[in-house]
Design a binder for this molecule. Structure first.
Ligand SMILES: Cc1cc2nc3c(=O)[nH]c(=O)nc-3n(C[C@H](O)[C@H](O)[C@H](O)COP(=O)(O)OP(=O)(O)OC[C@H]3O[C@@H](n4cnc5c(N)ncnc54)[C@H](O)[C@@H]3O)c2cc1C
Length: 537
């Protein structure tokens, strides 16, 4: 469908990059009443924001670097997310396994945790499972002596959904948002950024837009955008580090808690229950290449498996067990070597580079994305909002239960089926349930293995800025990330969605092809690793 022309329109704020940072900034500015435009070259959330470790950390490990302010920020923002998005952000038990003679002493980690627990918001209500502790003890390498420390943190299994909700709120507040729209360059004249030149990726049409302020929130692409815009800096804007994950089935005896250990270089190595599978990460490889081509190398996959085997020698996991791998480039402020620096962000005003009113955002974390949005808004003179839209803390659990019961009753579903709807759509589940009730085609599951319904995908195409089936099924209703998803599931889902959307056979085939191409590029399967090796030779 052709999109409304933006040619020569004037916006108070143009945000480039539709990851969680860009969406948080656009939402903040739109809510403060600024005429805001958000542009994303692919789909919203298609880069680092959906390729991350999915932890909403309170940052206790930063205490060892004396970063009390950063820990306070993480804890405050984590509390807000837990309160405002209880369906998406949940407390999770973590077990930190430290070998005797390792880089970090158990004593210093214990001291940091002791201090941390005394900070406001540090302790969370998590069901602490002693049997998990015993399970982990049995799994760890018996040739070493281990200390196991437990702490509570939080997980957002699907940041894709968090982003979809913020995006919706940005639009409701008046933001104009465009995915599949690339910014070719920032228009810099007489020492000031005056707007941007964009290209619609579907039609190829180019348009110019004027802006009072331009925010470069393109993550790992930030330096490239500056260069394309003729902004020549004396020092680099960022340092790119590729981080890879592998996804494996849960093996027998795996704890339900997330397990964190350390690599020989002192980086965190985590094995986290995710989406009924295990998410293992990460590597860290300096990468100056095109962020769009970031992929886990065979060596990185081997190194993650090696880390897993060293931690749990009896499990004998091999490449054949890897369901898929994914990687992304983390944009770090240059010179950041320590873990705590890697998680904080920097705002770079380009006035001294000859481009006033252009601000680049470098680095950041899921947990600090809302704070980043507020800080950018303040920097460009947009007044902050007061208060929080979220429910009171004590009301969170009953509220989730209430939504679940309402949906179960409306659709005649079991509570567990209703729960899967609530877990992704929170307070909007009732609306989706009503849509599903309007026809059997909408109420049908997307494929035979999932409880998620055609109505959810249709809703995302109609109201969550998903423009393609791939946008819908990879990032708004991310059923394709489940362990059982196959090419046959994609075919079924595509046919069912096409019927409701009224796509003709040509369009349906095109949508399916794009979905499968994107799915293969995002989730690299073991069978593709040897092809990757051959290509690398
Ligand atoms: C491997 C990895 C693991 C991580 N794990 C965690 C974690 O566990 N917990 C945590 O809190 N944080 C984690 N992070 C950090 C977190 O993912 C990010 O801070 C967060 O997602 C915000 O990302 P972003 O919006 O800055 O970047 P991105 O999500 O990469 O968004 C930038 C967007 O800009 C778009 N873009 C680029 N150029 C243009 C252009 N010219 N025109 C239009 N659009 C453009 C890109 O397509 C992209 O979608 C991790 C990051 C990585 C890479």
């Amino acid at each position: 469908m052709p999109r409304r022309s933006l040619e020569s329109q004037h916006f108070q704020v143009v945000v480039i990059g539709g990851g969680l940072s860009g969406v948080a900034i656009a939402r903040e500015c739109a809510r403060a009443g600024r005429r805001t435009l958000l542009l994303e070259q692919n789909d919203f959330g298609s880069a680092a924001s959906s390729h991350c470790s999915r932890t909403i950390h309170g940052g206790w490990r930063f205490l060892e670097g004396g970063e009390i302010g950063l820990v306070r920020d993480c804890l405050r923002e984590r509390q807000k997310l837990l309160r405002e998005r209880p369906h998406l952000v949940r407390p999770q038990q973590f077990l930190f396994a430290l070998p005797e003679g390792g880089r970090r002493s158990a004593m210093s980690a214990r001291t940091s945790l002791w201090l941390y627990r005394r900070m406001p918001g540090a302790t969370l209500q998590v069901h602490s499972d002693r049997s998990d502790y015993n399970k982990l003890e049995r799994l760890l390498d018996p040739a070493r002596r281990w200390s196991i420390l437990d702490y509570e943190d939080a997980q957002c299994e699907f940041p894709e959904r968090l982003l979809a909700e913020w995006l919706r709120e940005a639009v409701a507040a008046g933001a104009e948002v465009r995915n599949h729209t690339q910014v070719l360059a920032v228009d810099v004249r007489q020492g000031r950024a005056r707007g941007i030149l964009l290209r619609d990726q579907f039609s190829g049409k180019e348009e110019r837009v004027e802006a009072l302020w331009t925010i470069n929130a393109t993550g790992a692409w930030a330096e490239r955008l500056c260069q394309r815009s003729g902004i020549n800096r004396k020092t680099p804007l960022l340092h790119g580090v590729r981080e890879a994950h592998i996804v494996l089935p849960k093996f027998s005896g795996a704890p339900n808690s997330a397990v964190v250990a350390e690599t020989s270089e002192g980086r965190a190595f985590s094995v986290v229950p995710w989406n009924e599978q295990l998410l293992v990460g990460t590597t860290a490889v300096s990468d100056r290449g095109d962020p769009a081509r970031a992929a886990a190398s065979p060596e990185e996959i081997e190194s993650l498996l090696g880390g897993l085997r060293r931690l749990f020698p009896q499990t004998r996991l091999s490449r054949r067990d890897v369901r898929y791998a994914y990687a992304a480039i983390r944009a770090l402020p240059p010179g950041s070597a320590k873990d705590d620096e890697a998680h904080s962000y920097r705002l770079q005003d380009h006035e001294e580079d000859g481009a006033a009113n252009l601000l680049s955002v470098v680095g950041g974390d899921l947990v600090l994305a809302m704070q980043l949005g507020r800080e950018v808004a303040t920097h460009i003179g947009v007044p902050g909002r007061r208060g929080s839209a979220g429910p009171a803390e004590s009301g969170v659990a009953p509220q989730l239960d209430r939504w679940t019961v309402e949906v179960a009753e409306a659709l005649g579903l079991s509570e567990s089926a209703a729960q899967s709807l609530v877990e992704w759509h929170g307070g909007r589940s009732g609306e989706i349930a009503r849509l599903a009730l309007s026809s059997p085609a909408l109420r049908a599951p997307l494929c035979q293995h999932t409880r998620h319904m055609v109505a959810e995908a249709v809703e995302s195409l109609q109201h969550e800025c998903a423009l393609t089936l791939a946008d819908a099924l990879l990032r708004r209703v991310p059923v394709t990330l489940a362990s059982c998803w196959s090419a046959e599931c994609s075919r079924q889902a595509s046919a069912r969605v096409a019927t409701v959307m009224g796509w003709n056979s040509e369009q349906a085939a095109q949508e399916l092809e794009t979905l499968e191409t994107e799915r293969a590029a995002l989730l690299v399967k073991p069978s593709q690793f040897s092809a990757l090796e051959a290509a690398a030779d």
